[in-house]
Design a protein around this ligand. Structure first.
Ligand code: UGY
Ligand code: MN
Length: 258
């Protein structure tokens, strides 16, 4: 008979499988659990390492607090490694390709693989969201240093919703193998559906609070939380409270899967 397991003689499980295959596919890291690390090159800075390949990410995210005189004059980044920095608060001088720029909160810089990023804090304390990843090149296309401020970016309705907005921080060009975006949900707004996709995200919550669905688990989230969403992590959220919920996040793009 088709519903009898031939090996044991017991009936097959027809309504649910008892198999368990569990892989960590997301992480929520609130600020109270963060630990401080020392990383060569960062002087007078506290660094917290967030998502890494150990968590399943193809990138590394960091939170950096730079104190008075804090700097990285050795250069962040390496051959083959692209880097990105976003100023959460404070003011820093950044330098890439011998050009310097002063960035305050909302300012950001992208450096292509092989271009080092130099950082110098200009005030008593600044906080940065940092990212690095091995660049995936394609023939005939390049990236370049991008320096900008989120106030300069167009804010467009996200997927035809009038209460969710997106800003693209990097050019939508084939040379770029990832982008950074800021999504903003007005109170009560939500994703239009539960996303299921191969791309990964590292997200830092800039404002507000909400409920985030991660692999079918609803979790309360708020400003200063960090979320890693691995490939295929189910994901959606809605904003609660009086303020918009917004977060900056990375997303790999423009490449086929090997
Ligand atoms: O671009 C995205 O995939 C984005 N909407 N994901 C997310 O907000 N979790
Ligand atoms: Mn997504």
């Amino acid at each position: 008979m088709g519903y009898i397991n031939n090996n044991t003689g017991y009936p097959k499980d027809l309504l649910a499988s008892r198999a368990v295959i569990k892989r960590q596919n997301f992480a929520l890291i609130p600020p109270d659990g963060l630990v401080k690390n020392i990383i060569p090159g960062f002087e007078n800075c506290d660094i917290t390492i967030l998502a890494t390949p150990k968590l399943g990410a193809s990138f590394v995210d960091y939170l950096v607090t730079m104190y008075q005189g804090g700097h990285n004059l050795q250069g962040f980044g390496d051959d083959g490694i692209e880097v990105f920095a976003y100023v959460i608060e404070g003011e820093v001088k950044v330098k890439a390709n011998e050009q310097s720029y002063d960035l305050h909160a909302g300012g950001y810089i992208y450096c292509p693989a092989g271009v080092k990023l130099y950082l110098q804090n200009l005030v008593s304390s600044s906080r940065l969201f940092l990212y690095k990843r091995r660049y995936n090149p394609i023939l005939g296309y390049q990236t370049r240093v991008i320096v900008n401020h989120v106030e300069q970016l167009e804010r467009v309705n996200y997927e035809n919703m009038n209460n969710v907005f997106i800003q693209d921080l990097l050019p939508k060009e084939l040379g770029f193998d990832m982008n950074f975006h800021i999504l903003t949900f007005l109170p009560g707004a939500s994703h239009g559906y539960i996303e299921t996709h191969v791309q990964e995200h590292g997200a830092y919550l800039l404002n507000g609070e909400g409920m985030y669905l991660l692999d079918n688990q609803w979790i309360p989230v708020k400003k200063d939380d960090y979320i890693f969403m691995g490939a295929y992590a189910l994901q959606a959220c809605y904003a609660v409270g009086q303020q918009p919920l917004s977060y900056i996040y990375s997303k790999d793009c423009h490449r086929d899967v090997n």
